[in-house]
Design a protein around this ligand. Structure first.
Ligand code: NAP
Length: 228
């Protein structure tokens, strides 16, 4: 299996590279030129393509011949970085390639997610401040996911809860809608978010799903497992 990882140098990206290598996959990683150094520890084991992830030419080269593409969708900047990245992958991935995108719980596919007031307030405040400072554009990440949901590719959009560092606890559990009791703990280890993304490549049941994930050892996941 040959896998392209778009946004390989970030925290999530590096964990995905490691999980992919652990499975014996051939890995092509795309990251900004200034971040190539962050991938030094994988030298000789992966191919690195330096460049902006929303540059169609960069993406076209990086996904050529790949069976799967893992994409870190981030809303940074105010120049359509997320939607440009998603569009380039949708346009240039090999026909039939498995595509797995990352985003947060704030993305909703069918509008049936039930968010707490605190969550909505935080998203609104972050979105407003980030836009004011021209640091990020949450609306563009929403647009990126809208394009993914509308595409006829073999996509999955993995929606991460609040994240934390730490040793792996195992494959996160998921549900279709934020607000479902199993997700209540709103906490996932970043290494396990990456694990879910990489495992999704082999799980066709996740095609055309937008799973919202939570750590499998969190209180809400354990309560669900116990039939609470
Ligand atoms: N952080 C959270 O709590 C959280 C919660 C839920 C979901 N998520 C989702 O998880 C994924 C990754 O989140 P993360 O927190 O783990 O971050 P991360 O892995 O550190 O990823 C950040 C990515 O953004 C890139 N980046 C940073 N600044 C940039 C800029 N100004 N312009 C363009 N690219 C830039 C980084 O590339 P460089 O290496 O080149 O800097 C890296 O690829 C995203 O899809 C996010 O929506 C995060």
């Amino acid at each position: 299996m040959k896998v392209s990882i778009i946004g390989a140098s970030g925290k999530l990206g590096q964990y995905m590279v490691q999980h992919a290598l652990d499975r014996g996959y051939e890995v092509v990683g795309v990251c900004r030129k200034k971040s190539v150094k962050k991938l030094d520890r994988f030298e000789g084991r992966i191919t690195v393509v330096p460049g902006a992830t929303n540059d169609p030419e960069v993406i076209q080269g990086a996904v050529a011949g790949c069976d799967a593409v893992l994409v870190v969708l981030v809303p940074w900047g105010v120049h359509q970085y997320a939607s440009g990245t998603a569009q380039a992958v949708l346009d240039y991935a090999e026909p039939g390639a498995r595509l797995v995108f990352s985003c947060g719980w704030h993305i909703t596919r069918d509008g049936k997610d039930q968010y707490s007031r605190k969550f909505l307030w935080e998203v609104k405040a972050f979105g407003w401040l980030a836009k004011l400072l021209r640091a990020a554009d949450l609306d563009d990440q929403v647009e990126a996911c809208r394009r993914v949901f509308a595409s006829d590719t073999r996509w999955t959009a993995v929606r991460g809860s609040d994240l934390e560092e730490g040793e792996s606890q195992g494959l996160p559990v998921w549900s279709r809608h934020v607000g479902d009791p199993i997700l209540q703990s709103n906490r996932t280890r970043r290494v396990d978010f990456a694990l879910f993304m990489v495992e999704a490549l082999q799980n066709d049941e996740l095609i055309h799903e937008a799973p919202a994930i939570v750590g499998c050892q969190t209180p809400s996941a354990l309560a669900h497992a116990a039939g609470d």
